[in-house]
Design a protein around this ligand. Structure first.
Ligand SMILES: Nc1ccn([C@@H]2O[C@H](COP(=O)(O)O)[C@@H](O)[C@H]2O)c(=O)n1
Ligand SMILES: O=P(O)(O)OC[C@H](O)CO
Length: 320
């Protein structure tokens, strides 16, 4: 037995690879505030959480990449400051010694148009898309979904995707404030303007990626700003067509874990097909001095999230 093997034996199995994770930084250089429901939001402190995350990730030394689950800037950021604020946050992410994979969130889109946002976030996606996949090792594939593909906040006002989204909201949400779920019942409460859907073309693309991953025997992690399982998030935070996306995912056995942000308190569930859903606690809601970030160890048979402070640790063991 070599000394390395002995060490592995003592410490348990070594991960195939590891990566850093954070969500909903929602930084703005404005006084602290509260959500609509009164939850405190620490707009200026959140950048410190991000800085501490990056420092920790760099100290770890073995993280292959980091994932930002969306909403790096807050909607209350004064619009004349949007560009410099987004650039400032991206610079903080760039202090990480490795690639960072970004996902767009509603607050990003309140600040900048999709066209200006995407080049700044340097997504590895062709044709101006905000959905993509990457394979950090032969055993794994990551799929990043754009939950604001069909959305009333993500495209020019006359864009077909905006018009399609407005039609959905008109049919599903009776309120004049389309961000209000007032009077809406159960899962129908997700039809809010700050959410959106994955369009038909993206669904077909997802199906193709999962087919290919299955052919290559890869495990898949799906990431989306908007949660995909009612068990892991409040109804008001779900992707409009989470059910259609999950129908595609459940056709295959390769998707083991879905990661999301948006629902700031965080959540965790395992659905009836054994897919793990982990919604991450927001950096924005960390009172000064506290944190919400983590790193994830990836194995053949499980994914283990080690969270800091407000981000709970979660061991996700695969059932098949
Ligand atoms: N229960 C709710 C939640 C939200 N709204 C509307 O959405 C806007 C954004 O909400 P935040 O949680 O990000 O503050 C808020 O300004 C409300 O218009 C709502 O009506 N009811
Ligand atoms: O981060 P926000 O302002 O989009 O809030 C999202 C809600 O918490 C979803 O329930």
């Amino acid at each position: 037995m070599t000394s390395t093997n002995r060490l592995v034996g003592l410490q348990g199995k070594q991960p195939l690879f590891s990566f850093g994770i954070i969500s909903d930084v929602q930084y703005a250089n404005i006084p602290d505030g509260r959500s609509f429901l009164g939850v405190p939001r620490y707009y200026q402190h959140s950048i410190l959480v991000l800085q501490r995350a990056v420092k920790k990730w760099n100290g770890h030394q073995k993280l292959k990449f980091a994932i930002n689950l969306g909403d790096i800037v807050d909607g209350f950021c004064p619009k004349e400051k949007s560009l410099e604020t987004v650039q400032r946050i991206i610079k903080e992410f760039e202090m990480f010694n490795g690639p960072v994979y970004h996902i767009i969130g509603n607050h990003c889109l309140y600040n900048l148009s999709r066209d200006s946002l995407l080049p700044l976030l340097k997504m590895p996606a062709p044709n101006g898309r905000a959905y993509y996949d990457f394979s950090p090792t032969p055993e794994y594939r990551f799929v990043v979904l754009d939950g604001y593909d069909i959305s009333a906040i993500a495209w020019p006002q006359d864009h077909p995707n905006t018009l399609e989204a407005l039609k959905v909201l008109q049919e599903k949400n009776p309120n004049s404030d389309k961000n209000s779920p007032m009077g809406m019942v159960g899962l129908e409460r997700r039809f809010l303007m700050f959410n959106g859907a994955v369009g038909k073309e993206q669904l077909e693309w997802l199906n193709g990626v999962l087919q290919e991953a299955t052919r290559h025997g890869q495990n898949v992690v799906v990431c989306c700003h908007l949660p995909l399982d009612p068990g892991a998030a409040t109804q008001e935070a779900l992707l409009w067509n989470y059910d259609e996306v999950m129908d595609v995912i459940h056709r295959y056995k390769c998707v083991k874990v879905c990661l999301a942000g948006h629902d700031h308190k965080g959540g965790y569930s395992v659905d009836s097909y054994g897919v793990h859903h982990r919604v991450l606690e927001a950096a924005l809601e960390c009172p000064p001095g506290s944190n919400a970030y983590g790193y994830v160890d990836v194995y053949h048979d499980k994914i283990s999230l080690s969270g800091t402070d407000r981000m709970a640790s979660t061991e996700m063991i695969f059932t098949s």
